[in-house]
Every structure is written in C-alpha cells, then in structure tokens.
Design a protein around this ligand. Sequence first.
Ligand code: XBP
Ligand code: MG
Length: 259
Amino acid sequence: MMPSTLRALIFDVDGTLADTERDGHRIAFNRAFADAGLPWHWDVAGYGELLAVTGGRERLLHFMDAHVPQMAQAEREMLARRLHQRKTDHYLHLVEHGAIAWRPGVLRLIAQAREAGVALAIATTTTRANVLALLKHAGDACPAEAFAVLGAAEDSERKKPDPGIYFHVLDRLGLAPGQCIAVEDSQAGLQASRATGIATVVTVNDYTRLQDFAGALSVVSDLGEPTVPARHLQGLALRGACVDLAQLRVWLHDRDEAA
Ligand code: XBP
Ligand code: MG
C-alpha cells in the first residue's frame, strides 16, 4: 500500500472547533422561542437528546412532531423556518459577543497546518453564516481565508451522518480520502467522514463522550495544549501531550501499516 501523505485537515465545526451547542445554539433556540411567544425551553440535558437530530431546522421539526402534532405540516414547516432564521440571528449575536469558547488545541493545530502548507477545510452541517461568524471572531488566529474549502449546510442536501458534505469537500479540495484527516466530535460526524474513507480523529465533549466511536483513528478528550495534555480514550495511542501534525502523520502511517 502506498504510504499516505497528509495534505489536508478537515474540521467539523459544532462541538469540534468550539463548544457551540450548549452555550450557543441552545440559547439561541430558546431566545427565538421567547421572541415568538412560545412556552418552549430546551434545557441542557434535553438538548443533548435533541442533538440526535442533526441540523437546527430538522431538530425543530422533530421537536414539533411531538409538541404540536395537531399543526398542519405546511404550517409546521413555515414556523420551523421562521424560528430557525431568528435562532441564527441570535446565534450570530452570541458568537460576536464572545459567548463561545474555542476548544483546546484547535487554533494551535490550525496555525501549525498553515505553516506547514497542509490545506485546511471545514465540513459542517451548520449554517454557513454561523461558521463565518465563528472564524471572524477568532480574528487573525483563524481567518476564513485560511480554509481552502468551507463546506456548510448549504452545500449538501442531507445532513450528517450522510457523507454528502465530506464528498463535497473532497471534490473541492481535489484530494483523495487517504490524503486527509477529519476532526469530529460526534458519532454522526464520524459516520459521515468514515463513509468517505477519511481517517478521523474524535475529540469528545460532554454531549458526545458516551457515543460509539468504533472506526475512529483515535479518540481523545480534546486536541490538547503542551501545558494542558489531552487524554487518550480509544484507538491509536497518543504519544505526546497533544495532537499535532507529527502525531497525525504517525497515526496515518500506523493505520497504513495495519491495513
Ligand atoms: C451540528 C449540527 C447543527 C447545529 C445547529 O453541526 O447538527 O445543526 O446544531 O446549526 P456540525 P444550524 O457538528 O456538523 O458542525 O441551526 O445552523 O443547523
Ligand atoms: Mg459536530
């Protein structure tokens, strides 16, 4: 087997670049419900269950199936669209005002990849405006221009675990799956990336740590920083304190050896 050369890192967004769900999307949904005079409130635990449905509008429709079953389908879809637009406005406001924390090691690894000429891409099911706002808030550390491809909800008809967004990103990068590594935080994300054959590192969070990550290259607590080591949880072992390019290349090599 030809040894794989790492040419691109493909990052998921929600839960991977930053802890966006609990303190971002969830709050934004609740604000949209309040604006519309609806008595709905998504608490931290309940939102974790709703995350089984990927895509904010799809999540809303799923919730409405149980809570307003009497509402006509067309009306339900219109309400979901309106609430989701409002929710996006609130989310953008939260990001712009610094409510969202970047996860350990992400900006470090991105900087290292840029310096080494390893391409960067995004593969997310979230709305494009949300990604742009998140990147803008990171400033020079992570400008949108640093990403060769920015694949978002608008680029794939189906949401993860469907692999559509990963196929789109590979196509735009002009690379084979074996030349890339994806970083994901969830089982749905891992299923999407793995279905295209991309080796995937999982960084878990409170909403995803108990999910099934069989088939991941390695599962770690986060990407880690030299002074705040990541914890290895599953898959290929973590050799140092954090996930850097050298570690990713070793993992790709070890995977090839085992194949
Ligand atoms: C996670 C999602 C998204 C967000 C909400 O995306 O499923 O739907 O929860 O964003 P990923 P929207 O992990 O692939 O980044 O409301 O814009 O859908
Ligand atoms: Mg995610």
